[in-house]
Design a protein around this ligand. Sequence first.
Ligand SMILES: Nc1ncnc2c1ncn2[C@@H]1O[C@H](COP(=O)(O)OP(=O)(O)OP(=O)(O)O)[C@@H](O)[C@H]1O
Ligand SMILES: CC(C)(CO)[C@@H](O)C(=O)[O-]
Ligand code: BAL
Length: 280
Amino acid sequence: MTPVILRSLADLRTVVRSWRAGGQTIGVVPTMGALHAGHLSLARAAKSGCDRVIVTIFVNPKQFNNPGDLAKYPRTEAADAALLATVAVDVIFAPPPDEVYPPGFASTVSVSGVSAPLEGAHRPGHFDGVATVVAKLFGMTEADRAYFGEKDWQQLQVVRRLVRDLNIPIEIMGCETVREADGLAMSSRNVRLSSVARAQAPALHAAMQCAAEALRGGVPVAAALQGAVVEVLAAGFSAVDYIELRSAALLEPLERLDQPARLLAAAELDGVRLIDNIGV
Ligand SMILES: Nc1ncnc2c1ncn2[C@@H]1O[C@H](COP(=O)(O)OP(=O)(O)OP(=O)(O)O)[C@@H](O)[C@H]1O
Ligand SMILES: CC(C)(CO)[C@@H](O)C(=O)[O-]
Ligand code: BAL
């Protein structure tokens, strides 16, 4: 059955309060729509962990530092609803911008530290926008658990810090990155790649795997990372924003592999910015 689509907070509250009165647990999957198998894996995890599932679809203007990127962000609500029906999601909450940010809206949630490097450095204001909307979505949905993809590893760490710091009573569940058969991390932005660029795109993940192997084999960090940058540029990417080895939770720079680590990358191909990360 197609999930019911709610657009107002008042309607959402009515449904949520009736579920809570019946003692049902609620899972939320925050998304910006243009759904793919990665999002569906989060919805499935939510279905198996909670009595009721809300998927939110909201292209949050506050997290886009680049207006062109916001304008070009794919919007496919009818197809999204059909996909979510296959997972038996209960409600899609797809509010208009005014419902989330009514006139006079004046608050910003800012998580320092873990928000600063990597995506934070390359997309100024991005994580303030994410933290603000995520805090609002948690308050609006009153969910017990929220499901986020590891594909956005830094975002997952920012959200974990946010709920700890603000005592938000919600459990954050991280779900593994879903990949295409050739290794490319699924992402809504992949549809903007030309067919030539789509064929080049898996080189990012391949270079990261090579670098991870090299690191595990004792190659010095700087050499392994530089090798990955060279491979990615040789594959046709126009720029590498970063390929870095960081501590897994705090995302501090690592000069040696002496603790749980994450290799994180962002690079531009065919005017599309791709990100990825793997454990090392
Ligand atoms: N390939 C994936 N595997 C697992 N989770 C994913 C994947 N892609 C996105 N997600 C998760 O889905 C949630 C919503 O993400 P979002 O709507 O931004 O999709 P996206 O595909 O990441 O789009 P974008 O092009 O903005 O990167 C986030 O928690 C994100 O980490
Ligand atoms: C978590 C999120 C839905 C907040 O807008 C977004 O950053 C995303 O899609 O990952
Ligand atoms: N998936 C992260 C949301 C963004 O790129 O804005």
